[in-house]
Design a protein around this ligand. Sequence first.
Ligand SMILES: [Zn+2]
Ligand SMILES: [Zn+2]
Length: 483
Amino acid sequence: MARVSIQCPQCSAPLDFLEECNVVRCGFCGSSLLVAGRDGILRYVLEPKLKTQAEVRASIETTWPLEKRRNYKVVEAFLLHVPFWRIQGRCYSWFFGTECVDQNEEDPFLPPQRRWSKELVARVVDHTILAKEKFPLETRTLGVRTQTMTLKPLEVKASRSLLQVDVTKERALEILGEVCQRVEPPKGLKKEFVLNRAVGVRLSLVFLPMWYVEISSRDGAEAFLIDAMDGRVSRPGGMKEGWIGELLIGEQPGEWEALRLVPFRCPNCGWDLPHRPQDTAHLCSGCLKLWTEKRGNWIEIPYEVALHENEGSIERCLWMPFWKVRVGLVRKGQSLEKVGELRTVLGSEGMACQMDGKGPIWFYIPAKIYPNPKGHQDLATRLTSLQPSLPLGCFPSDANIDYASIELSQKEAMDLIPSILAAMVPPGNRRALGWLLEARIVTMEIKMCFLPFRQEPLFWREIHTGAALPRGKVADSTLAQRD
Ligand SMILES: [Zn+2]
Ligand SMILES: [Zn+2]
């Protein structure tokens, strides 16, 4: 896993943390800090291992054949930073098609029976590509280095050595699309339709330090690049004088976001927010307001609590956070905003709702990420197709609330909507599927809803709907730790 290396804004001590953390603590001064700026494109540099010209010379000495090294002179050696796009996210692919039913044993000459089927394949994407089109480098990616690298946020003063990025952001996203297209259908399923969606896409630039070296020897002059991380030498053809000068960039402000650490305190009442490293939204235990960060600003998130009169203490439940998103679907100028209309498209097999058909369509997406994407998707689909009727209220101010982590961001939740819709389409319903593939999803409102889950021997069970979640998937809860 990649690490980020930055300075503590409070005490200037070096601070290292795992890339996926959203809340970090300085080991030196103990400040709790929020990692801000992640919604834009961040730029990082990798720290070179070959730092000085002397080290470069030593590297040449050890890697070059003896006869080449005789009487050579380093004419020039300087450090360059070569940009790579890093594309991170998850790819959800729903495959619709047919699968073989067990052959009829009594009559093996009958053709095998097929039935409609569908399956979800979810993949994590962490891909790097060279962000320079005509750069004569043999490696086009950073390879497995992304898993172990230490990323340092780029400081502007380093920009003199940065090579220009000429592969656009749009092209990088296209490449992600191509990666998603390559996902193979599950075994045994004959594909008829596929719905691919990228979820939680994050783009960043990672600059790889490389030494540009020119030497002259008896054989003439030669130029090459040395990877400052692993010492590997590349000999780009067609390097001529002044070639490098054209490629360096000046700073273009505004295009990039800067990663920074900000004090992790409630902007309303000044209390320290709960230190939960993975969370993307933060519930203040002082004033019970729920916050998230966008472009360095605190944004309050409205939320509701599905209370239950007969279930006794609020403190005995595990509260599971769900993003509750109101959507409309638009296709060929026709728009669909009510539960009943969606049920007409999906059929009653796809939607067994508790509400009458006149209400708006709410999606319920667990904000906790489970290790198994299918389990996550199942819970979302179950609640969304139910459209539960819930008695809503708020947490009492003195209660000690146990809630699962709020890991999924609002954006990721919205990205998941097409996949949840696909999960609601009955496998053989071509008409519904066709409708869905052509429809555009419009998000109208987003809030958070906390639902109470009761502990049972094998499951956590939602009190209002009976929706169940296997135990052991919610390990971060203090309730779960108690047993
Ligand atoms: Zn500190
Ligand atoms: Zn507060």
